[in-house]
Design a protein around this ligand. Structure first.
Ligand SMILES: C[S@@+](CC[C@H](N)C(=O)[O-])C[C@H]1O[C@@H](n2cnc3c(N)ncnc32)[C@H](O)[C@@H]1O
Length: 244
């Protein structure tokens, strides 16, 4: 399944980057996301790992907040985009190719671990979270941002399909089709079969994280009405955080 997932992300690198890049280039989106991360990361410079960095969107946002950031991703094509985005923004970050479930870093080597839209597509979330816990310094913070993305295409109501069609026109990029395609592995993922973010918080508790906090509806903080029409059908977003 891991190879299928890696191929999926390699194939999506170009389109994905186009669709999320506005977050690092447009002031409004940038400010909203930086505010969200600042709430949990504070203002002092930290050594931060961005897991599943993709085209480096979050990595660049937090680097510009003064943090020393390393991004890791399994997809070489995503990492190529990440390097291009950082160069354009004149940010200096480290990007490493590797697996979120087997990190190539020493124990206690980061003050914080962040990740956005990554955990849902990892085959073994407990293993991944244990790894992220391992590389955190004691007192270090984990911030997970993710969403309820997968809805089995068979069960999808016609209203949702109509919304997807509308969003294709509004978003001006024909990328949403992939959201509804079930190419085998998506339906088998843990995230398609459990309640989230409750399960995330439960795993964090099991690993010994403290001060666990769940923000169950991030969409409210993120979206204008137009954004909601464009992207709201993709699913509700949430944040889960805890301290080692
Ligand atoms: C939806 S993208 C999110 C990218 C970025 N975090 C963002 O917020 O825009 C998911 C990313 O997770 C990466 N990924 C998936 N499985 C991974 C794994 N096992 N190890 C490292 N990265 C992985 C994918 O290659 C992809 O870049």
């Amino acid at each position: 399944m891991k190879d299928q997932i890696k191929n999926h992300w390699n194939g999506r690198a170009l389109g994905y980057d186009k669709n999320v890049r506005h977050v690092i280039y447009f002031r409004r989106d940038k400010t909203i996301w930086q505010r969200i991360f600042a709430e949990f990361l504070g203002k002092s410079p930290l050594k931060i790992l961005d897991v599943g960095t993709g085209p480096g969107i979050v990595a660049n946002l937090i680097a510009e907040m003064g943090h020393d950031v390393t991004g890791i991703d399994v997809s070489e094509r995503m990492l190529k985009k990440a390097a291009e985005n950082s160069a354009t923004l004149h940010n200096t970050l480290d990007f490493v190719q590797g697996d979120a479930e087997n990190l190539p870093f020493d124990d206690e080597s980061f003050d914080a671990v962040v990740n956005r839209y990554v955990l849902w597509s990892l085959p073994d979330p407990k293993k991944a979270l244990a790894e992220w816990h391992r590389v955190l310094t004691p007192g270090g913070r984990l911030v997970i941002v993710d969403g309820i993305w997968y809805i089995g295409s068979k069960d999808k109501p016609w209203t949702k399909r109509l919304w997807e069609l509308l969003s294709m026109i509004l978003a001006e990029r024909r990328w949403h089709g992939y959201q509804s395609s079930d190419d085998g592995w998506r339906g088998k993922l843990w995230s398609s079969n459990v309640e989230r973010p409750e399960t995330d918080a439960e795993i964090l508790r099991g690993l010994g994280f403290e001060e666990i906090l769940v923000v169950a509806n991030l969409n409210k903080k993120l979206r204008t009405t137009l954004d909601y029409l464009k992207y709201g059908h993709c699913g509700n977003q949430f944040l889960v955080t805890g301290v080692k």
